[in-house]
Design a protein. Structure first.
Length: 276
């Protein structure tokens, strides 16, 4: 299969799965292995198409990001007496509180994760456990205490963001873990999803550039067209996926995504461990 076709396929996979609770990393590992597109070159390509997916969220939530940047003097929110305030709107302090846990753990565990957890077997495990976690969150039926991301407190932002740590295991899903975690904490699906997508932007940008700095040397000028195709494809597909998912959450639950995860886990196990 040609490089350009691989770029389109992986761009579509990244765009569809990055913000849906089905694990983009898990799907990229599975599809990359199926296509035979693995190794350092594939890793760098995946970083660039992730940036395309990130750009789609920046466009969708541009008004919130612009407003937060204009209110950059918000660090008095970090004072303990302000942790439970819900009248400030979403600020950079909320975003910072939401990404601190995963950034600290991710920084120290990055090498271990890349070395030992990026495999088909660990992805299958993550898909199953993440699906169970989502089902438990839905069936818990916790009373909704906050239905708008603009009404979240700093403490709530920290606690919801802490659930991202589960997503360091490939296959678990960052959006799945934060949305399900938000349900456990009394956030509505829409509020949890909005916050999940917003805090994903700085986390993914930092992670992407960290990976690029370590893998820049494997890039070749001949790969630029392939990267451009994957980047644009991921941006367009992610933009459509996020808008669809937000509408979906207004009238449905995470159960269907959990069932999909179980199906992918079973099919992947059969293909990679029995048939292959």
């Amino acid at each position: 299969m040609g490089d350009y076709m691989i770029a389109v396929i992986l761009g579509i996979v990244e765009g569809v799965t990055e913000y849906l609770p089905i694990s983009s990393t898990g799907h990229m590992i599975l599809v990359g292995d199926w296509l035979g597109f693995t190794g350092p070159r594939a890793s760098v390509f995946e970083v660039f198409i992730q940036l395309g997916a990130i750009l789609s969220v920046l466009v969708i939530y541009k008004e919130k990001f612009i407003r937060m940047l204009r209110q950059y003097r918000c660090w008095d929110m970090l004072r303990p007496q302000n942790w439970r305030r819900n009248d400030t709107g979403l600020t950079l302090a909320h975003v910072g509180a939401g990404i601190v846990p995963v950034m600290i753990i991710g920084y120290f565990a990055h090498g271990v994760i890349k070395t030992y957890l990026f495999s088909v077997g660990t992805v299958i495990i993550g898909l199953v456990i993440g699906g169970v976690f989502m089902l438990l969150a839905e069936r818990a039926k916790i009373r909704v205490l906050c239905d708008d991301v603009e009404k979240m407190t700093l403490l709530q932002a920290f606690l919801v963001g802490a659930f991202q740590m589960f997503a360091l295991w490939p296959g678990f899903s960052r959006s799945g873990s934060t949305i399900a975690g938000g349900l456990f904490l009394g956030r509505s699906r829409k509020a949890a999803a909005d916050f999940s997508f917003i805090i994903a932007v700085p986390v993914m940008i930092i992670a992407c550039f960290y990976d690029l700095l370590k893998s820049w040397s494997v890039l070749d000028s001949g790969d630029l067209v392939m990267i451009a195709i994957g980047f644009v494809t991921a941006f367009i597909v992610a933009y459509i996926s996020v808008l669809w998912f937000l509408k979906f959450l207004n009238k449905s639950t995470l159960t269907s995504f959990a069932c999909y995860r179980f199906l992918v886990a079973v099919v992947s196990f059969v293909y990679f461990f029995i048939l292959k």
